[in-house]
Design a protein around this ligand. Structure first.
Ligand SMILES: Cc1cc2nc3c(=O)[nH]c(=O)nc-3n(C[C@H](O)[C@H](O)[C@H](O)COP(=O)(O)OP(=O)(O)OC[C@H]3O[C@@H](n4cnc5c(N)ncnc54)[C@H](O)[C@@H]3O)c2cc1C
Length: 413
């Protein structure tokens, strides 16, 4: 009997909305309450640094569901409401309007927030961050006005915002203490491809350089770099990473360590409380340890997986990490997780920006990136999962079909 049960989801974005949808799809006929701190119904964030930011698509393109979806599926969507306290002994979630919601199962899908800089001038007007649709609207207004922007951080958000700003004709300078953009995840070789891509589009890259201070009157007018340079600007965008919004779990005494710690069924230490999406540090059976994945594909799949867990299913979540990015005319997908690798094997010429790169550890593929090459995620996943020894020359040889190196189950090897 589930009809008299209440399942509450805190966080109404991709993971939360997809979990609510999955509960109904799986036949849950109890009460579903989806609580979101933002005023907007659940939407997807990837367009906020890309086509939505550039003004190429409108709001209607970013939503996870049609407007009527939640009412039609009897999902109580409470927007502009923040969950402020969790008591898992009494199974109650406190909201910021003083209400206490009793739940039978709770999903924490509270995502992440941008990491903030605390340097002189950090509070000046015009020092912007990007996470929510409102941030993207503010930033879009700045792009409309044109001028010079300094982007602090050449990670995914910084690199995508820089590309969008250049595409809108602004003068763009990107600062990063590492040697190439995206170096932490992609390493020097593939990061170098992105350095050249941005440079070719007229972005000024100041690499190996951090930010020391923002200066100006009420609004930022200059950026002082850690190596003593002074950059005039009209505004700044800071993209220096995100941190999980795990305070509800921490306040309730649940284990938090770079996110809310959950097992492979996405359960916290309190058996009725689950976590999914950017906020979850989930034990991954393939890696044998907890991983926190801050990507769209993970929120999309982990939300529904948590919903199934809330319904008592016992299938572990074991999808390999996957993400995508679009910068200028370079679209890419990345599959796997390369925390360490000893070389990168290219299939295709990286300078042509149409290639696959395999991250190798000893004789195995641990991750792969495909840039402007499509429909290769499945074989790359099989290569990683197989953990088989693969020959570098065959990996690099575009005449050897990937399917031959990583045959699908049931297909001739
Ligand atoms: C600008 C941008 C571009 C991106 N581009 C890509 C991309 O190209 N490819 C890719 O793979 N990934 C991309 N991502 C990452 C992807 O969007 C995230 O992984 C995804 O949004 C995570 O979804 P989530 O539901 O777990 O969390 P979030 O999207 O962070 O949503 C959490 C929600 O919970 C709400 N909330 C938080 N605390 C509370 C509370 N106490 N009570 C109620 N509500 C609360 C928040 O307001 C928020 O709406 C991008 C992210 C950003 C910001």
């Amino acid at each position: 009997m589930t009809a008299d049960q209440t399942f509450v989801i805190a966080g109404a974005s991709l993971a939360g909305a997809k979990a609510a949808e999955a509960l109904r799809e799986e036949g849950f006929d109890g009460r579903v309450v989806l609580i979101g701190a933002e005023d907007e119904r659940p939407y997807e964030r990837p367009p906020l640094s890309k086509e939505y930011l550039r003004g190429e698509v409108g709001r209607e393109k970013v939503y996870v569901h049609e407007e009527g979806f939640y009412a039609e599926h009897d999902i109580e969507l409470r927007l502009g409401r923040t969950a402020v306290g969790l008591d898992h002994a009494s199974r109650e979630l406190a909201l910021d309007d003083g209400q206490r919601l009793r739940y039978d199962r709770l999903l924490l899908a509270t995502g992440a927030r941008p990491r903030r800089l605390s340097i002189p001038g950090a509070d000046l007007d015009g020092v912007l961050y990007l996470r929510d649709v409102e941030d993207s609207d503010l930033l879009r207004e700045r792009l409309d006005r044109g001028g010079a922007v300094v982007v602090v951080g050449a990670g995914w958000i910084g690199a995508e915002v820089a590309a969008s700003a250049r595409q809108r004709g602004l003068e763009v300078t990107v600062l990063d203490p590492l040697a190439v953009p995206l170096e932490r995840v992609l390493g020097p070789e593939v990061g170098g491809v992105y350095r050249d891509l941005h440079a070719d589009h007229g972005t000024r890259l100041l690499l190996g350089t951090g930010v020391a201070a923002f200066e100006g009157g009420a609004a930022v007018e200059r950026v002082r770099t850690s190596d003593g340079r002074v950059l005039d600007c009209d505004f700044v965008v800071v993209g220096v990473g995100a941190e999980p919004r795990s305070e509800l779990a921490a306040g309730a005494g649940l284990e938090v360590q770079d996110g809310i710690v959950v097992d492979a069924l996405l359960r916290t230490g309190a058996p009725e409380v689950f976590a999914a999406g950017d906020v979850a540090n989930a034990h991954h059976p393939f890696y044998g340890e907890g991983i926190r994945v801050e990507h769209w594909g993970n929120a999309l799949e982990q939300g529904p997986a948590a919903a199934r867990g809330m319904l008592g299913r016992t299938e572990p979540y074991e999808r390999l990490p996957y993400f995508f990015s679009d910068q200028y005319d370079a679209g890419m997908e990345y599959t796997g997780l390369a925390r360490a690798w000893d070389r990168v094997v290219f299939r295709g010429d990286p300078a042509s920006r149409e290639f696959i790169a395999f991250y190798m550890l000893e004789d195995r593929v641990v991750a792969g990136i495909n840039v402007n090459v499509w429909d290769v995620t499945d074989p790359i996943q099989r290569l990683i999962r197989g953990r088989d020894a693969v020959d570098d020359r065959r990996l690099a040889d575009a005449d050897v079909p990937l399917e031959q190196l990583a045959p699908a189950e049931g297909s001739p090897a």
